[in-house]
Design a protein around this ligand. Structure first.
Ligand code: NAD
Length: 438
C-alpha cells in the first residue's frame, strides 16, 4: 500500500472525490466510428448479476459484443454463456479461448482486447479487479459494494483517480441512482422540496439469501466462494452486500454529505448451521452528521418477519416517503408531489448510459464520489456493529483491517472466522496471524 493511500483523510476524500465528480464530454479515444464499430465487453464474475448486466450491455448498443468471460468456476461460466447465447445469439462472441476460469481469470479477460469490463464477482475481489482494469485502460462497470473494508475503499479511490486521468468511464451498480422515478424524487429533495433534510430512515428487511450446503469434494475455499454471501470476508456482511442500496439512499438524500460517525446495534439471532457462515442477521445504524442531522438504517435477513425496503425523509419544510419497488415517491408539505411518470428498467438504463458515454454521446460517467461514500457508510455500520462501539468516517476509511486471506488458492484450508461479538473486538489481521490459515 502506498504512503499516499495511507494518508487519505476525510478532507482529502472530499476534495478528491468532488473533483472526480466533475464530468466533461469526452471524445471517444479508442477508435470507434460512432454507432457502427464494436464495443467489446468483458464479463468478470458470471453469476446472476453478471449475466444480467452482460445482457443489458448487449441490449444497450447495436455495436456491443460480449468478447470474453471469466469466472472462478467452470460451471458458472458455462451456465452464463449458454443463457446469454440463447438470449443474444451472435452478439455473444466469446470463443472457447476467451473463456477463462480461476483466480487469475480477471487478468485474462482484461487482456483479451476488451474495451469495457463488467465487474460482478463477490465484492472482496472488486478493488483488485478494478485496479488492473484501470491500469490496462478499460472502462468499468462495478457492482455494489465496491469494497468491503478500509484498504479496499482506499484502493478503489486510488484507481478511480487514475481512471479519471485516463478519461475512463466508471459506473457504480447503485442501480437506484439510474431509476427514473427515484432520480426525479431525489432531485426535488436536493432542490429543497422539503427544506433542509434533518433525518432520513431507510430499511432493507428481507428473508435470508440462498445458502449452499457444503459438498464432500469442495475445499474450504471452494465452499466459502460458492456460499460467499454468508462469509464476512467475501461479501462484507449483508449490510454491505445487500442493504448498501438502502444506505445509499441515505447518502443520496443527504446529497453526499459525510457522516461523522456510525453507532450500530447488531447481532445474529436466527442464523444457524455451518452454511450460515459468520455473518449477522440484523443491523440498526445511526449516522451522525456534524450539522446535527441524522440518518437511521435498519436491515434484517430473517425468515417469517416483516419485509420492507423504503425511505422516509424528514425536512424542515415537509416529508418524503419512497418505496422504490412500489413505485411510490410522495412528498408531503407545501411542495406536495407524487411521481406519476414512466419507470424504465433501471438496470437497462445503466448500460444504455454507459455505452452512450463510451461513444462520447454524453459526459464521462464517474460515480466514484457517490458509490464510495455509500460503500464506506455501510462498512462503518458493520464495523460499529461488530465492535459494539462508534466508528468514525476516518476510522473506517483509514482502517488497516483487511478481511480475508491474502493469497488465493482453491485448495486452501480456510476455517470460517468466528462470529464477531460486540464488545470483544475481532480482527481479521490478528486471526490470520493467530491460526496461520492464510
Ligand atoms: N445491483 C443489484 O441490484 C445487485 C443484485 C444482485 C447482486 N449484486 C451484486 O453483484 C455482485 C455479484 O452478485 P451475484 O448475485 O451475481 O452473485 P453470484 O454468486 O450469482 O455471482 C458471482 C460470480 O462470481 C464468481 N466469482 C467469485 N469469485 C471470483 C473471482 N475471484 N474471479 C472471478 N469470478 C469469481 C462466482 O463463481 C460467481 O459465478 C455482488 O457484489 C452483489 O452484491 C447487485
Amino acid at each position: 500500500m502506498s504512503e499516499h493511500v495511507n494518508d487519505v483523510t476525510r478532507r482529502t476524500f472530499v476534495r478528491g472525490s468532488a473533483a472526480l465528480g466533475t464530468a466533461a464530454l469526452v471524445t471517444p479515444t479508442l477508435g470507434w466510428v460512432q454507432g457502427s464499430d464494436k464495443i467489446k465487453v468483458g464479463l468478470i464474475g458470471c453469476g446472476g448479476r453478471g449475466t444480467g448486466a452482460a445482457g443489458q450491455a448487449m441490449n444497450a448498443d447495436p455495436g456491443t459484443v460480449l468478447w470474453a468471460m471469466g469466472d472462478a468456476f467452470d460451471d458458472r461460466l458455462h451456465g452464463s454463456h449458454r443463457s446469454l447465447q440463447n438470449a443474444h445469439g451472435d452478439k455473444i462472441a466469446v470463443t472457447p479461448e476467451r473463456q477463462f476460469t480461476g483466480f487469475d481469470a480477471y487478468k485474462k479477460v482484461i487482456d483479451s482486447g476488451v474495451d469495457v469490463v463488467i465487474l460482478t464477482t463477490p465484492p472482496h475481489f472488486r478493488p483488485e479487479h478494478f485496479a488492473y482494469a484501470v491500469k490496462q485502460g478499460k472502462h468499468c462497470f462495478l457492482e455494489k459494494p465496491m469494497a468491503i473494508d478500509g484498504p479496499g475503499v482506499r484502493s478503489v479511490l486510488e484507481s478511480a483517480k487514475k481512471a479519471k486521468a485516463k478519461g475512463l468511464n466508471v459506473m457504480g451498480g447503485f442501480c437506484w441512482r439510474y431509476n427514473t422515478p427515484n432520480r426525479e424524487c431525489y432531485q426535488r429533495i436536493h432542490d429543497g422540496a422539503i427544506g433542509d433534510v434533518m433525518a432520513v430512515h431507510s430499511t432493507y428487511c428481507s428473508g435470508p439469501l440462498g445458502k449452499k450446503p457444503r459438498r464432500a469434494n469442495w475445499s474450504d475455499m471452494e465452499w466459502q466462494m460458492r456460499n460467499w454471501q454468508h462469509m464476512d470476508w467475501l461479501g462484507g456482511d449483508h449490510i454491505a452486500e445487500q442493504a448498501c442500496h438502502a444506505v445509499d439512499k441515505i447518502n443520496w438524500a443527504m446529497n453526499g454529505k459525510q457522516p461523522e460517525r456510525a453507532i450500530t446495534m447488531a447481532g445474529r439471532q436466527m442464523r444457524e448451521g455451518a452454511e450460515s457462515g459468520n455473518i449477522y442477521d440484523h443491523f440498526g445504524v445511526m449516522y451522525e452528521y456534524a450539522d446535527g442531522s441524522r440518518g437511521f438504517h435498519d436491515c434484517r435477513q430473517m425468515p417469517g418477519c416483516w419485509n420492507d425496503n423504503t425511505e422516509y425523509m424528514m425536512g424542515t419544510n415537509g416529508t418524503c416517503f419512497v418505496n422504490s419497488w412500489g413505485p411510490t415517491q410522495v412528498i408531503e408539505g407545501p411542495n406536495a408531489w407524487e411521481y406519476d411518470g414512466p419507470n424504465p428498467n433501471m438496470y437497462q438504463v445503466e448500460h444504455n448510459e454507459l455505452m452512450e458515454a463510451i461513444r462520447g454521446k454524453r459526459a464521462r460517467i464517474d460515480d466514484t464520489q457517490d458509490m464510495m461514500g455509500s460503500t464506506l457508510m455501510a462498512i462503518m455500520g458493520r464495523m460499529s456493529g461488530y465492535s459494539g462501539n462508534p466508528v468514525t468516517w476516518n476510522e473506517a476509511l483509514n482502517s488497516d483491517e483487511r478481511m480475508g486471506p491474502t493469497t488465493y488458492d482453491m485448495n486452501a484450508s480456510l476455517p470460517v472466522m468466528h462470529v464477531p461479538l460486540p464488545g470483544k473486538p475481532v480482527s481479521w489481521n490478528k486471526w490470520r496471524g493467530d491460526n496461520g490459515s492464510a
